[in-house]
Design a protein around this ligand. Structure first.
Ligand SMILES: CC(C)(COP(=O)(O)OP(=O)(O)OC[C@H]1O[C@@H](n2cnc3c(N)ncnc32)[C@H](O)[C@@H]1OP(=O)(O)O)[C@@H](O)C(=O)NCCC(=O)NCCS
Length: 234
């Protein structure tokens, strides 16, 4: 397992084609969306108000990060039904299959958490168009403004892998977490056998901090997890 310092600076991935051509202009989020019945959040999600948090980000390679939307339902369903993706869904499913209803609940859950300021999950798409093809997901959850921390996760669809998507999106998300949310420490963990996730973390500046024994159970098998973290000052 590699534990070296990252080779790429945050938000720069010059080896990727089109890395210098982001096409979407970040904009300010105008107001919370009415998924909580139009009520204002009960607590501020960050040191800034939710109403001023950016909800459209550009990443290297012409990628755009935006909140999840109901129109993503089919893409979400298909992404989670790819081999190896079941563990990313975050809840136990009948038959191990994600149907339209489960995909819809996943989108709703992430929309609600965004409104509450507890987690921010971003659809990663190719280019600036609203209906651009879905490439993956990057998220910060367990947002904690007592200790200024967050938990990072990510996945990409099979057809988008090994193109630099996860690394570029993770670098953009990390910058947003530090600059927009005011977080100081971001953590993530991956099963020790997940080299792709480990290298993605390293490529975005997340240093290895240690091994957590038997932390996860999938079926009857328990997995050790390697913990990575990046600080705002790294
Ligand atoms: C892990 C995952 C998100 C990587 O996405 P990706 O878009 O292919 O990643 P990138 O193309 O940005 O590659 C990032 C780094 O990982 C490396 N990498 C990607 N896939 C790899 C693989 N299968 N084996 C080894 N290294 C791999 C790349 O070479 C790159 O390293 P580099 O920066 O040193 O060149 C993707 O494989 C995935 O979604 N897997 C299933 C879900 C998952 O495991 N999520 C993480 C849970 S902790």
């Amino acid at each position: 397992m590699a534990s070296s310092l990252p080779r790429a600076a945050p938000d720069a991935h010059p080896a990727r084609p089109g890395a210098n051509s982001p096409t979407a202009e970040p904009r300010q989020r105008p107001a919370p969306r009415p998924h909580n019945g139009g009520r204002a959040p009960t607590a501020p999600p960050s040191r800034r108000s939710l109403g001023s948090v950016k909800d459209l980000l550009s990443a290297a390679g012409g990628l755009t990060l935006r909140p999840w939307h109901e129109r993503d339902l089919t893409a979400v369903r298909d992404a989670f039904n790819e081999p190896g993706m079941y563990t990313q869904f975050g809840s136990v499913l009948d038959e191990g299959q994600v149907d339209d209803a489960a995909a819809g609940r996943w989108i709703d859950r992430h929309t609600e958490r965004w409104e509450q300021g507890s987690a921010f999950s971003w659809a990663v798409v190719e280019g600036p168009a609203a209906d651009a093809p879905l490439l993956g997901n990057v998220a910060v959850s367990q947002v904690n403004h007592v200790h200024d921390g967050g938990w990072i996760s990510y996945w990409t669809v099979g057809a988008a892998r090994r193109r630099g998507v996860a690394g570029a999106a993770l670098r953009a998300l990390s910058t947003w977490c530090f600059e927009e949310l005011g977080l100081y420490r971001l953590e993530l963990g991956h099963r020790v056998e997940n080299d792709a996730s480990c290298r993605t973390a390293l490529s975005a500046g997340y240093l290895v901090e240690g091994r957590q024994r038997a932390k996860l159970r999938y079926g009857t098998t328990r997995h050790d997890v390697e913990l990575h973290a990046r600080l705002a000052t790294d």
